[in-house]
Design a binder for this molecule. Structure first.
Ligand SMILES: *Cc1c(COP(=O)(O)O)cnc(C)c1O
Length: 428
């Protein structure tokens, strides 16, 4: 694709974009009467306009039926978690049996670790990427301590080679090989939150299994972003949140994948609650926990219907596209963003930056800024760009195929080019 930074080019790209009408389904934050350039769908996805109606249904059913909404509501709350499983399964490449929405992400990570981090004898180590999202680091740290190990001994962090930002797949696989029979679990993110690198989950899971370990993934930045095939890749478990690329609102409900091979494993240790109990007997209130088949058997509590209703609104939109279609647009958008950023840096000597996101990536582009990085970031904010600043000096941008346009990126380019210039020096 031959990109250029003219407005005509961007508008033409938007016209040819078969997904362009999705943008109208979202509220776009405003700045000086104009749409913001919203590049933080990797942090909090925008609000689908249909959320409010989805919520209203549940609020009305609650007001009309009270507790009977569990069975008499239009979407009976007793089954509420099930209304999302088909859509979610499609998004992560799973069978419906393998997924459930429940709780929040870090909670679910811990619940999965209870079942799938089972250190024994020599095999007690966890391999993970260095610089993982803090919540994941804390989860691993507290889990190994819970089992009586020290972090530095039990957690093997794979680091980039010196001078590089991304991890090479060969280095990840080599680390797993090197520690083979000491490893209980390989736990990686699907997309690294800081660098935006997409990891080769298939190869990592395969290598983990080769050495006799399990493989789990945190898909916070991958779900709704990449084409995932969790079932076929034989991932053991995965967790994700719904408020980033899945647009389901702040603190939105999380998703869990447990591979079909564990669907009928009541003997697997787990922390249990009534909602994971065999559904046909859930209300018999008997002693003795019998888990539901599949991922549903890891539920603890009754469904948070209001946040799940917001999730449902977003999933309705995902039902109208495939992840392949979204990814195809994402590659173009992100390629265009890279082009615009690099071109602006060539034209404007005030811009000192280096792209640290490798080509294996989803929506996100992370840029390492120079000494004036924070000024640049503030300048972008003043001009209606919502991006995000990560200490010490990285700006993350994530054009999202559901609602970002090529024109967003073109406008971003002209704002970048005007950084540090007097108005008279600006050429549009
Ligand atoms: C966003 C994110 C989280 C957030 O965890 P919550 O439990 O939803 O607050 C955790 N891990 C990763 C990798 C993330 O990107």
């Amino acid at each position: 694709m031959q990109f250029d930074s003219s407005l005509d080019f961007a508008r033409n790209m938007d016209e040819q974009d078969s997904l362009r009408s999705f943008r109208q389904q979202f509220f776009i934050p405003q700045h000086n009467g104009q749409d913001c350039v919203y590049f933080t769908g990797n942090s909090l996805g925008l609000q689908p306009k249909s959320v409010i109606d989805k919520l209203k249904i549940e609020l009305e059913d609650w007001s009309h039926h009270g507790v009977d909404g569990h069975f008499d509501g239009r979407n009976p709350w007793f089954h509420y978690h099930k209304f999302s499983t088909e859509s979610v399964a499609r998004i992560v490449g799973a069978k419906p049996l393998e997924v459930v929405v429940m709780n929040n992400l870090t909670v679910n990570l811990h619940l999965m670790m209870v079942s799938f981090y089972r250190p024994a004898g020599k095999r007690y180590k966890i391999v993970m990427e260095a610089g993982a999202f803090p919540s994941d680091q804390y989860a691993m740290e507290s889990q190994v301590k819970f089992h009586g190990y020290a972090y530095d001994d039990a957690v093997i962090e794979v680091k980039p080679r010196s001078g590089e930002y991304g991890l090479r797949t060969e280095d990840i696989l080599q680390t797993i090989d090197d520690h083979g029979d000491e490893i209980a679990l390989v736990m990686f993110s699907g997309v690294q939150y800081y660098t935006g690198q997409a990891f080769n989950m298939k190869a990592i899971a395969q290598k983990a299994h080769e050495v006799g370990a399990l493989a789990g993934f945190d898909l916070a930045h991958a779900a709704g972003n990449l084409v995932l095939k969790l079932h076929d890749w034989e991932v053991d478990f995965a967790v994700w949140c719904s408020y980033k690329y899945l647009n389901s609102g702040p603190g939105g409900v999380s998703g869990v994948f447990v591979h079909e091979k564990y669907a009928n494993s009541p003997e697997l240790p787990r922390f249990a609650g009534w909602w994971g109990h065999k559904e046909s007997e859930r209300f018999l209130m008997k002693r003795g926990y019998i888990p539901e088949t599949g991922a549903a058997g890891w539920q603890l509590s009754n469904a948070p219907v209001l946040t799940m209703a917001a999730h449902r609104a977003s999933l309705d939109l995902f039902d109208q596209v495939t992840m392949e279609q979204l990814n195809e647009k994402s590659v173009l958008l992100n390629g265009y963003l890279q082009f615009v950023v690099e071109e602006a840096a060539q034209e404007n000597s005030e811009l000192q930056f280096e792209i640290i996101t490798p080509m294996e990536r989803g929506c996100q582009l992370s840029v390492l800024t120079g000494s004036n990085g924070k000024q640049l970031f503030d300048f972008l904010t003043e001009h209606g760009v919502i991006a995000d600043w990560r200490e010490p000096n990285v700006i993350r941008m994530a054009p999202v195929p559901m609602y970002n346009s090529f024109e967003d990126i073109q406008r971003f380019g002209s704002i970048l080019r005007s950084f540090g210039k007097q108005p008279s020096e600006m050429n549009g």
